[in-house]
Design a protein around this ligand. Structure first.
Ligand SMILES: Nc1ncnc2c1ncn2[C@@H]1O[C@H](COP(=O)(O)OP(=O)(O)OP(=O)(O)O)[C@@H](O)[C@H]1O
Ligand SMILES: [Mg+2]
Length: 416
């Protein structure tokens, strides 16, 4: 219903078999009947052939509704002619350049199917091109990652003005077929950890080779992901990972935690990319962590000396106490993962502020050589910064093992 009224953006996301494709295929036919001469384009990020497009589905819908040439629809090899000299075409965004996309100006409907694969470039090309009065951009997709461009655009706190965004699942589809119902039940039985992603529209998690998938599931089940408040008398620690140097600084991740008794209480998480150190410091201060003890990695495998020293001194200059975890050499990543898994059972997370960090941890996984079935160490991707900083926290927790922290004590020295 919310997608029937005119809207600049119409979006339906969710799991398999929720009727997303059928809905928009019907709507494009309806709109073509209603507005004579309507030009529409069905879009995929990659369309190698028309088989990859929604063309066949629209044709089937026309047949199903008994709509044909008498009504002004005519199916051609590459396109469908619609009443009043309108058209529905089928295109792949990757075949377009900034120049060629201009051919779509004047189109009033653009429907992107499988929109989770749309690149940021494609969205940036598409949005200003579909500019005719009362034009609409439609998106249907099965969510994959929170950071996919379509999710960032339509599911952030501030979606574009005039957006109608709907979550749709199998349970919302009154025509949900029996065959799919059986598929769904089998999935629930055979691959329960994929079920939420495939059928309920949840973001994908890597299960094979994911270092923290199990410990996270256990933490959830044990209620260790919930509400964790900071203890005002205990040291707040900020565990850093910085993924670049100077002007090239890319991603930074920071976990804020307190070591209390035998527990690590994680109270916040931050990540940013392409931002200078000042931005990270500003976040710490804004969140009330201006007095945090900053813990930096000194990892010979990934960071060079100069870089550590510069961050360390910059943070000191900004008034922070800084601790540097000694160089762990080539096996550093593995040591961090081991420490992370060992201590996971004693870690508590404040869910609301650490969601992005938990997502990174859930994704962080081993790169695999499919031919030889061997692990190649952690995959270096968007999740590694968060996971590295997390591992650093667990390594640091082990360092001063025997010490019992005294409330109010602000500075700790690293003991090897
Ligand atoms: N309007 C409709 N009329 C008749 N049947 C429908 C309609 N909408 C959905 N269905 C039935 O529900 C099934 C699933 O719908 P559809 O293929 O549109 O789902 P989807 O959300 O696009 O799924 P996927 O994520 O797998 O692409 C269809 O194969 C069809 O059998
Ligand atoms: Mg579909």
């Amino acid at each position: 219903m919310p997608l029937l009224a005119p809207a600049r953006y119409k979006a339906a996301f969710g799991g398999r078999g929720s009727g997303k494709s059928h809905f928009f295929a019907d709507l494009i036919i309806e709109d073509s009947l209603k507005h004579k001469g309507l030009r529409s384009v069905c879009i995929r990020e990659v369309q190698k052939s028309l088989k990859d497009s929604a063309k066949r589905l629209i044709e089937d819908k026309l047949t199903e509704h008994g709509i044909g040439t008498a009504d002004g629809f005519k199916v051609f090899r590459e396109a469908i002619e619609t009443p009043g000299d309108g058209i529905i075409t089928f295109q792949g965004m990757q075949d377009h350049t900034a120049e060629s996309i201009k051919s779509l100006e004047g189109f009033k409907r653009a429907w992107a199917e499988e929109a989770q694969t749309l690149s940021a470039r494609s969205l940036a090309l598409l949005r200003p091109t579909i500019r005719a009065e009362e034009s609409e951009l439609w998106f249907s997709w099965n969510p994959r990652r929170k950071t996919d461009p379509v999710d960032l655009m339509l599911r952030s706190d501030i979606p574009p003005t005039g957006a109608a965004v709907v979550r749709a699942n199998w349970s919302d589809n009154p025509w949900f077929p029996k065959v799919l119902e059986q598929e769904r039940l089998d999935c629930l039985r055979d691959v329960p950890d994929q079920y939420d992603h495939i059928w309920e529209g949840g973001y994908a998690t890597v299960t094979e080779g994911a270092y923290y998938a199990r410990p996270i599931a256990i933490a959830k089940a044990e209620g260790r992901i919930g509400r964790v408040a900071a203890d005002p008398l205990m040291t707040r620690r900020a565990f850093w990972d910085i993924g670049g140097t100077g002007a090239k600084a890319d991603a930074a991740a920071i976990w804020i935690a307190q070591f209390i008794g035998r527990e690590i209480r994680v109270i916040d998480y931050y990540e940013a990319s392409g931002q200078p150190l000042a931005a990270h410091v500003a976040w710490l201060r804004a969140k009330g962590f201006g007095d945090a003890l900053c813990v930096l990695p000194h990892d010979g495998a990934t960071n060079d000396r100069v870089f550590d020293v510069s961050y360390e001194s910059a943070l000191r200059d900004a008034g922070f106490a800084v601790e540097v975890v000694p160089n762990q050499g080539a096996g550093a990543a593995a040591l961090r993962i081991e420490a992370g898994r060992r201590h996971f059972p004693s870690i508590w997370f404040n869910e609301e502020t650490t969601r992005a960090g938990l997502e990174a941890l859930g994704w962080y996984h081993e790169k695999r050589d499919e031919m030889r079935h061997i692990g190649l160490g952690p995959e270096h991707d968007w999740s590694s910064h968060g996971a590295d900083a997390f591992g650093l926290m667990c390594v640091a927790y082990e360092g001063p093992k025997a010490r019992a922290e005294v409330p109010g004590r602000r500075r700790q020295r690293w003991v090897v």
